[in-house]
Write a protein that binds this ligand. Structure first.
Ligand SMILES: [Zn+2]
Ligand SMILES: [Zn+2]
Length: 479
């Protein structure tokens, strides 16, 4: 059977919490061999096929994982049968896992491979053609042998742990390629390896207003390889004080002048440059190698939402509950971390009651925006209703509410959000900072408030009903 690369390279993604459980089970310190099964969702895209770990089923030593007749140890037939049945019922891929000794490199033994050849054709059949296979771990390395129903076998390029810090584990140590000297100053912080992670990253920014435009610029200047910008709005004269890269000419000031008749102002609004185009212009000026996809449409529409599903991170800078619901669900369904950012000024009886900037980074499987009450059902209904009305009337009368806003507040949130992400992917996050921290800065009282998101176990987004199902579940988008 030939090993070929079909559907791009294959990889595995696991959450930080699952990784902690799996690693402790395989390496309890006894130097012995242990086993488990990972049940996984699948996500296919032009960038490759990812197996997303839905859950870890540890094999109990001496009961599920016993002495083998051919190899050293094996999973019992009963344990395999039970687990493959549950995979078949739920449409999940099956990955048997064990560990070898060693540290930074690992490969299957001859005995491992011949046991795959004896067993996997039948398992693939029982699993209705959904992939089956195996992973073998050393302390800091992993190799894979995945079987698919087109008769191919695939090795894996890496396993990604989406916790903080984010880890990428490979079969053998991979030498870092030398970074472009343009990035000399930042490679002194992140190293060639860190710069390569940035260059290989695909990052989405949803909402390219005040905060999103800053994030877009930061990401491009850092040397992120691929950027996806999504926002249906065009620039408006009142955005000029905040949207970086926006020029007065983008707003058609001659038409949008207050002295002009209403129809002329509307024409100006319709001719104004889309915000994603402005962000793309800035990003292009900052980096000639960054690939940019600029989508001047709503992220809530299914085609646009699908663009998020193979990103490595999503920055959510759109102030809409529908966008929050979509991005939040994608994070847990596809194991892609997100950072929700915003700034807000609360006015009560014409007095400024509070001003804050907020950055909330959510790792897959951790407490999310939904279980922390940040996607209010009432706002979802309101937004959906006004959207339906807008489409019925077939024209858009500018009913935008202009909330108070200032560039400095936005910069605090944008900076904090990109900083958290950089530390996480650059491996610089202190191991003690394992959980997600949501940070709010209140300049009026000079306070920084941190809170750890709570997790409700049955949450429809971060709980088992959606976690890591990938392409096996519908997106929460408009068809
Ligand atoms: Zn082995
Ligand atoms: Zn949740």
């Amino acid at each position: 059977m030939a090993e070929r690369t079909v559907n791009g390279p294959w990889s595995v993604v696991i959450t930080g919490d699952q990784w902690a459980v799996l690693h402790a089970h395989l390496f309890p310190g006894d130097g012995d061999e242990h086993g488990a099964i990972l049940r996984c969702g699948t996500a296919r895209s032009a960038r490759g096929t990812r197996l997303l770990v839905h859950d870890v089923v540890p094999a109990v030593d001496g009961i599920d994982y016993i002495e083998g007749s051919r190899g050293y140890r094996k999973l019992t037939a009963e344990f395999v049968a039970d687990t493959i049945d549950s995979c078949a019922e739920e449409g999940l891929a099956y990955l048997a896992v064990h560990n070898h000794g060693g540290r930074d490199g690992v490969a299957f033994s001859r005995t491992d491979m011949s046991s795959h050849e004896r067993g996997y054709p039948a398992l693939l059949d029982i699993n209705d053609g959904v992939p089956v296979g195996a992973l073998v771990f050393a302390k800091n390395a992993v190799a894979g042998d995945i079987w698919t129903d087109d008769g191919n076998r695939h090795s894996i390029t890496h396993l990604r742990v989406t916790g903080r810090p984010q880890l990428t584990i490979t079969p053998e140590p991979v030498p870092a390629r030398t970074a472009d000297p343009t990035y000399d100053r930042q490679t002194r912080i992140f190293g060639d390896r860190g710069q390569a992670i940035l260059a290989d990253s695909k990052v989405a920014v949803v909402g390219l207003g005040g905060i999103g435009s800053l994030i877009a610029e930061y990401l491009a200047r850092l040397g992120v390889g691929e950027l996806v910008f999504i926002d249906p709005d065009r620039i408006d004269p009142t955005n000029l004080p905040r949207v970086v890269g926006a020029r007065r000419a983008d707003t058609w000031p001659v038409l949008q002048d207050d002295a002009r008749p209403r129809w002329m102002q509307r024409l100006g609004a319709r001719l104004a440059t889309p915000k994603v185009k402005i962000a793309a212009r800035v990003a292009h000026q900052a980096s000639k190698t960054t690939r940019i996809t600029a989508v001047p449409r709503s992220v809530v529409d299914a085609d646009n939402a699908a663009l998020l599903t193979d990103c490595d991170h999503i920055f959510l800078a759109a102030d809409s509950a529908l966008a929050r619901r979509l991005v939040n669900s994608v994070t847990h369904q596809y194991l892609i971390p997100n950072t929700q950012v915003g700034s807000k000024v609360t006015v009560i009886d014409n007095d400024i009651a509070d001003i804050f900037s907020v950055s909330r980074m959510s790792s897959p499987g951790s407490g999310c925006l939904l279980c922390n009450g940040l996607i209010p059902a009432s706002r979802l209904t309101e937004e959906a209703t006004s959207e339906v009305q807008r489409r019925r009337q077939r024209y858009v009368d500018d009913d935008t509410v202009h909330a108070p806003s200032v560039i400095t507040l936005n910069a605090v949130a944008a900076s904090r959000a990109v900083d958290d992400w950089l530390m996480t992917i650059g491996g610089l996050t202190d191991p003690d900072v394992s959980a997600d921290h949501w940070v709010t800065y209140h300049p009026m009282t000079d306070e920084v408030v941190e809170n750890e998101p709570a997790k409700s176990p049955d949450c429809r987004h971060c709980g088992p009903s959606r976690l890591a199902l990938g392409d096996g579940s519908k997106l929460l988008a408009r068809p």
